[in-house]
Design a protein around this ligand. Structure first.
Ligand code: 5AD
Ligand code: SF4
Length: 441
């Protein structure tokens, strides 16, 4: 197979989607195509979509609308929609957008080159959205690319079997499928030999890694094995599910040097009534117990979370419980969202949907509280010296990197440390979303 010309790829959504896009780039380049910087003069345009909230989904409609004129000028252009919206709305998309050539589902990424080539030859539209019990792109070796060449994502599992009432992921990505341990242990040393220093293990529920392979949860075993790989400095993972997060992971965090002290543990709500209606599988006090274990096994570990406001039926009192939870736990950072009704989910038809204005007000309250807490943490760090992995060069000759606890640090350096170096940085200022410092000699 070979094709010449340029492709342009646009990505929306989470790290999982970013990583799928990296795989698609790799496949297009293996085919002989080069990456271009604009959809207007590309031969193949790929839009990798996200369906987690309605706003993300609207973006695919607007991108497809915009590209229509370019396709009129260049009728040979191949337009591809991939990702979660493609998976869930292939019928609607192909009906509405006549210039769309390929709808590629979440389990079909590896078929991209062959289908693009076929479409270029036959000019026939293809819709490929079949779920598979063995997703072939899960076995693809992670390509090293992107703005942070020393950091790489490594998929350890795909899909989710939890069916939280608000979430579209189990429908768009299918059930949990763990990747074989041996395959991961083969991939990571290859990445390290290409200069990768830090990996982020990706999965919708990494704490359940291995369960579907039939021999129990093997996540901590995976962390232990990865820790032995020479040349690898840092190991991160996301996302953890509070129900499956147990003491063994907290212990691994505290005892394995390469595993960074940061856990993203989505709480979603501080109200037991709402947690149960969301079908999260834990109560607030059970969540608190996990936080206590984590903080005692891995002191100084940063904890981040996701919060949804305005889930159907969320009363003022339920919402207050979420605010109290934020004050009580003091997360390092949070990602907060207004509930967005998603087609096919349990919550779509739940009674007592919350008005948009109320959701907006609640989100603003959450932001006010959390901004104060995050800034407090950042201020506290002023004067301390932290280990930073140098990831790249930013604006005004500054360098940037992250602490082990996943905080972004911009800093000055005249010593010319190379990207990939681990340096000690003295924090001079704690800003709202990052830290600023200088190399500590
Ligand atoms: N509405 C709002 N937020 C959502 N999330 C997932 N589905 C929805 C939805 N329908 C949020 C959750 C999840 C994060 C990735 O996105 O907080 O943890
Ligand atoms: Fe969605 Fe819940 Fe699965 Fe996370 S655990 S992907 S929120 S269904």
């Amino acid at each position: 197979m070979s094709l010449s010309g340029k492709y342009f790829l646009e990505t929306y959504g989470c790290q999982m989607n970013e990583h799928d896009s990296e795989k698609m780039c790799e496949l297009m380049e293996q085919l002989g195509m080069e990456s271009g910087d604009s959809a207007d003069n590309a031969d193949v345009v790929i839009i990798n979509t996200c369906a987690i909230r309605e706003k993300a989904e609207h973006k695919v409609h607007s991108s497809l609308g915009k590209i229509k004129n370019a396709k009129l000028k260049n009728p040979d252009m191949v337009i591809v929609v991939a990702g979660c919206v493609a998976q869930q709305q292939h019928y609607e998309l192909s009906k509405k957008f006549h210039h769309l050539d390929l709808v590629l589902g979440t389990h079909n990424i590896s078929e991209l080159p062959e289908l693009v080539e076929k479409i270029r030859k036959d000019r026939q539209r293809v819709i490929r959205v079949d779920f598979s019990e063995d997703i072939s792109s899960l076995h693809m070796l992670a390509p090293k690319r992107g703005p942070r060449p020393i950091c790489s994502y490594v998929t350890i599992m795909q899909g989710c079997s939890n069916f939280c009432a608000y979430c579209v992921v189990p429908y768009t990505r299918g059930r949990e499928q763990s990747r074989n341990l041996g395959e991961i242990l083969e991939e990571v040393p290859q990445l390290c030999s290409k200069g990768v220093k830090e990996i982020t293990l990706l999965g919708q529920n990494v704490n359940a890694y291995g369960k579907d392979l039939g021999n129990g949860n093997r996540f901590t075993e995976l962390l232990e094995e990865l820790s032995r790989i020479p040349g690898l400095d840092r190991i991160r993972f996301t996302t953890s599910h509070p129900r499956d997060f147990d003491a063994s992971v907290a212990t691994a965090l505290g005892s394995l040097d390469k595993v960074c002290e940061h856990v993203h543990l989505p709480l979603q709500s501080g109200s037991d009534r709402i947690l149960s209606s969301m079908r999260r599988g834990y109560s607030f006090s059970e969540y608190l117990d996990k936080i206590d274990i984590l903080r005692s096994e891995a002191p100084g570990c940063s904890i981040t979370t996701d919060i949804i406001v305005g889930f159907p039926g969320e009363s003022d009192d339920d919402f207050k419980s979420t605010l109290t939870a934020l004050e009580q736990i003091r997360f390092d950072q949070i990602f907060s969202f207004k509930f967005s009704s998603r087609p096919g989910t349990k919550a779509e038809h739940m009674a007592d949907q919350i008005p948009e204005e109320v959701k907006k007000g609640r989100l603003a309250e959450v932001h006010t509280i959390q901004d104060r807490i995050t800034q407090g943490y950042h201020k506290q760090l002023e004067g301390s010296v932290l280990e930073v992995l140098l990831e790249g060069h930013g604006r005004q000759n500054q360098l940037y990197g992250r602490t082990r606890t996943n905080k972004i640090v911009n800093f000055n350096d005249n010593a010319g440390y190379p990207v990939g170096a681990i340096v000690q940085v003295k924090i001079l200022r704690g800003l709202n979303h990052s830290l600023f410092g200088e190399i500590a000699y």
